[in-house]
Design a protein around this ligand. Structure first.
Ligand SMILES: Nc1ncnc2c1ncn2[C@@H]1O[C@H](COP(=O)(O)OP(=O)(O)OP(=O)(O)O)[C@@H](O)[C@H]1O
Length: 463
């Protein structure tokens, strides 16, 4: 191609570049105009962070000086007429990619020698101030050599949210989406291989709403069946579970005899499942291939669990009989919480304060997942979340007392040591009732489903 031809192409190249620039500008503008007000704030914030990064990074100690001249710098010095010119050392700063979202920004940064996770973590308070954020967290990225900086403008824990159930089956049958943590990250309990979850918290802080969300999220799936015991009522109409009654395969109130029968039936079901699990799934663990419609995950809520387990002191005959029932309930619950894992049974004891008098430690301490809304004392917090909570003052649910933190719970950090705080959304009874009615046709008695396997011919079909 001759020089003249190249020059003649210049306007075309320039025009294409301009068109591309204008297209990108329009795409960004449309995205900005259509965004929510919070998202617009984040988009502007992301722009400021990008523009200010080269000045801020060295001031925050996130830069490194490279004294060795590059090959290009050496060549340029060789060619220069000014032989006195020195090659200045270069200040390197981590390259970043900024993504805005409703709560703030996510910054992905490439580490440099001596500027890695630890240095970013040390600088996090400074970054929060400089970016006008309430909180900044730094975690390792999935890609080696990178970190993720999460910056939130408003405290997600302090903003109440609501969840309107979609009525669609969950994407992952093992993911219980509790809400958002303090960095607006999804807080998820992984249900696979979990036999028991304890749920605690002062009255009126959101336990029922969390259970409603659980049921609403999983009710549209035939792979999950729910049972409920509620120790504070005599019949379901009076219970927090009235709204979801249509989606429960069985419900029992505060009658100790009935509760005992229900728990015995569940233990019996567990033992029957243990006998059949290899034949049906080809292994001793249902989670390798299940759950399935004919072998659903069974979730048993035991609300006001202390009502079934409370020590009975009087010595008359009736009291002795009730005391024996209570002791047996404790054993049955302990068996479910300890051994339901491999056959797909999750038991969720719910109580306000899970100290030993309310929930025997033999049950409480074997549940692998513990969740707690606000607690009144550190003893109660320790009972709810384990001894380690004493080492994490900020996370202690004692600090969650007060109306601002209704709906906020504490759980173990699924990504590392310590705990996280989670803003759970409010789920109205009316929405829960609607989902339960819409999905009532999916309710099955899991014991009856198992009969089909016991009776032989279906076994080969299932296996
Ligand atoms: N996640 C939430 N976000 C905002 N408000 C909530 C949330 N959960 C509950 N609330 C408010 O608190 C009230 C009581 O909640 P809920 O019935 O879930 O408490 P609870 O812990 O189950 O109480 P109890 O131990 O008495 O059964 C609700 O009616 C609602 O107004």
């Amino acid at each position: 191609m001759s020089p003249a031809e190249i020059v003649s192409l210049a306007p075309i190249v320039f025009g294409a570049g301009l068109a591309l620039f204008l297209t990108l500008a329009i795409v960004h503008l449309v995205r900005y105009v259509r965004a929510t007000p919070a998202m617009r704030l984040s988009i502007r914030q992301a722009g400021r962070i990008r523009r200010g990064w080269s000045r801020l990074a060295p001031m925050a100690g996130l830069s490194v000086v490279d004294r060795k001249p590059t090959v290009m710098a050496q060549i340029s010095q060789e060619l220069s007429t000014d032989k006195t010119r020195k090659i200045e050392p270069r200040t390197l700063i981590p390259t970043i990619k900024v993504t805005p979202d409703e709560y703030g920004v996510i910054v992905r940064a490439k580490c440099l020698p001596k500027v890695s996770l630890e240095e970013f973590q040390k600088a996090s308070n400074y970054l929060a101030d400089a970016w006008g954020c309430v909180r900044v967290s730094v975690t390792p990225a999935k890609k080696p050599g990178q970190v993720v900086i999460r910056a939130v403008r408003e405290d997600p824990l302090a903003v109440k949210t609501t969840h309107v159930p979609t009525g669609l089956p969950p994407e992952h049958i093992t993911h219980w989406h509790l809400g958002l943590d303090e960095y607006a990250r999804d807080a998820v309990v992984d249900l696979a291989n979990v036999p028991g979850i304890t749920l605690a918290g002062l009255p009126g802080y959101g336990k029922t709403s969390a259970v409603n969300k659980f049921i609403c999220d999983f009710a549209p799936s035939p792979l999950v069946q729910f049972g409920g015991l509620d120790g504070k009522v005599s019949m379901i109409e009076e219970s927090d579970y009235a709204a979801v009654a249509d989606r429960l395969f069985r419900f029992v109130g505060n009658d100790l005899h009935e509760a005992n029968r229900f728990l015995k039936d569940m233990v019996d079901l567990r033992r029957r499942r243990v006998k059949l699990v290899r034949t049906v799934f080809g292994s001793a663990n249902m989670w390798h291939k299940g759950p399935r419609e004919d072998w659903p995950l069974i979730v048993l809520f035991v609300d006001e669990a202390q009502a079934y387990l409370r020590e009975i002191k009087a010595r008359d005959e009736k009291s002795r009989e009730l005391a024996a029932l209570v002791a047996e309930n404790g054993r049955l619950l302990a068996e479910l919480v300890a051994q339901g894992r491999s056959v797909g049974m999750i038991t969720i004891p719910i109580t306000q304060k899970p100290t030993g008098d309310a929930l025997p430690t033999a049950i409480r301490d074997i549940a692998p997942v513990a969740l707690s809304f606000a607690q009144r004392s550190t003893d109660a917090a320790v009972a709810a979340l384990g001894e380690d909570i004493r080492n994490w003052d900020d996370m202690n649910p004692v600090n969650l007392q007060g109306s601002t933190y209704v709906g906020v719970l504490v759980m173990s950090n699924p990504h590392g040591p310590g705990y996280i705080r989670v803003r759970t959304p409010y789920v109205a009874d009316a929405d829960a009732a609607q989902i339960a009615q819409q999905t009532a046709h999916l309710t099955r008695d899991p014991a009856a489903l198992l009969n089909a396997f016991d009776s032989g011919p279906n076994l080969s079909k299932a296996a």
